[in-house]
Design a protein. Structure first.
Length: 402
């Protein structure tokens, strides 16, 4: 500071000699009045004094539980119970009181210290959604439900997608690091069973969606995909479809082997061509593949292993002027909202409730009570018949649609 002041004094002295004490006009700010100063040194000293004497603004004290309690007219204990999220579950705090506390917290700008609470409870208050492959309508729907239900517990959700063995290992490493209290896994391709068992043994709460994995310190959700797809093929055959083509994505050859096996084996049982047509999971690729199929060898029905592929098939049929379901029945897997909303609405195999509640509730049950034995949770898929498929059995040979 001494050097700065000396430089400033020298500058003032030189300026004063050059100006020969000529009047100068100094503007303090755009909004302040101009002042006349006959000595430049006085102006500099006056400005320096003003800066020194200006006291810095004191930081505003962050609001506390006590502030919220005083505004809401309740005890600090009640406020703590409500803002911790416990009042959402098993407390006896009446809803009007809870609403009053939350309104008071919002008014004073109270925010909980999540880090301190997590350290105190020895939890991260985070859960993960792990899935294989790109985001799909089914994964998106489960993600939205998981976030909503986790928010009620005052938990955050971390999304951990993986596509291959390398990214699967990175996801496993993150889970091993203790960054979350638990995880729901949708698809276990590229995640070895021994790794999942090790995660559970280390204390990570897990709910795994798998048709083949056995519970071992974690819960397994099964949809009965193989049986559901076999029933779907049987339904098409009973409705008079003989030329049925399966549309499958490359990754489903391993990731959803049970699903594909159910459809292929059912076609073989009916002595129909079981060879699937394969494509990537990109909608553009599925659209091109189905357009080529419908142009060159129009089947009576297309059974896609995903609703995404079935929607692409309907688009291709519309473009080619092929009536769905008049000339072509289309069926998907997943029972997505997108499939239900297109025209015609999509016949699909999937969970009729579209609910992930059972998986999320089991995850938090394991977090609340660690060490529970693993169990199998049955969430069987069903065939939901809509407008994209029809009964051809009454058609006469050579009649309409043949």
């Amino acid at each position: 500071m001494t050097t700065v002041r000396g430089s400033a004094a020298l500058f003032v002295l030189v300026s004063a000699l050059r100006l020969e004490r000529a009047p100068s006009r100094i503007r303090r700010s755009p909004t302040q009045r101009e002042i006349m100063c006959t000595d430049p040194a006085e102006a500099v000293l006056e400005k320096e004094t003003r800066i020194k004497t200006t006291e810095p603004a004191q930081p505003r004290r962050p609001p506390t539980l006590k502030d919220v309690a005083e505004l809401a007219g309740v005890s600090i204990t009640t406020v703590s119970y409500v803002v911790s999220g416990r009042a959402n579950r098993r407390s006896g705090v009446p809803e009007p009181t809870r609403s009053k506390v939350l309104a008071a917290a919002e008014k004073v700008g109270y925010r909980r210290n999540r880090t301190a609470r997590a350290l105190r409870k020895e939890r991260t208050e985070l859960v993960a959604l792990v899935w294989h492959g790109p985001m799909t309508p089914w994964v998106d729907a489960i993600s939205e439900q998981m976030e909503e239900l986790s928010d009620r517990r005052d938990y955050g959700v971390v999304h951990l997608p993986f596509r291959d063995t390398a990214s699967g290992r990175r996801v496993a490493t993150l889970l091993q690091s203790g960054m979350v209290d638990g995880a729901i896994m949708l698809g276990t391709q590229h995640l070895e069973t021994r790794v999942i068992r090790a995660l559970a043994a280390a204390g990570l709460s897990l709910v795994v969606h798998s048709e083949t994995m056995r519970p071992h310190g974690f819960d397994v959700v099964r949809h009965g995909e193989k049986a559901a797809l076999a029933a779907a093929v049987d339904h098409l055959v009973e409705q008079g479809h003989q030329k049925i083509r399966i549309l499958a994505q490359h990754r489903q050859m391993a990731d959803h082997a049970a699903r594909l096996a159910g459809a292929v084996e059912a076609l073989a049982r009916h002595q129909l061509d079981p060879e699937p047509i394969t494509t990537s999971n990109r909608r553009e690729d599925m659209y091109e593949v189905t357009t080529r199929l419908l142009r060159t060898d129009l089947p009576e029905a297309v059974l896609s292993m995903t609703d995404r592929g079935a929607v692409a098939t309907v688009w291709a049929a519309h473009r080619l002027g092929i009536d769905v379901p008049g000339r072509l029945s289309v069926m998907g897997v997943g029972n997505t909202e997108e499939g239900e909303r297109i025209e015609p609405s999509l016949t699909s195999v999937g969970d009729p409730t579209r609910s992930a509640d059972a998986s999320v509730e089991r995850l938090f049950a394991r977090i609340d009570e660690p060490g529970q034995p693993g169990r199998i949770i049955e969430r069987p898929w069903e065939l939901i018949v809509r407008s994209s498929s029809r009964d051809r059995s009454a058609d006469q040979a050579g009649g309409p649609g043949r």
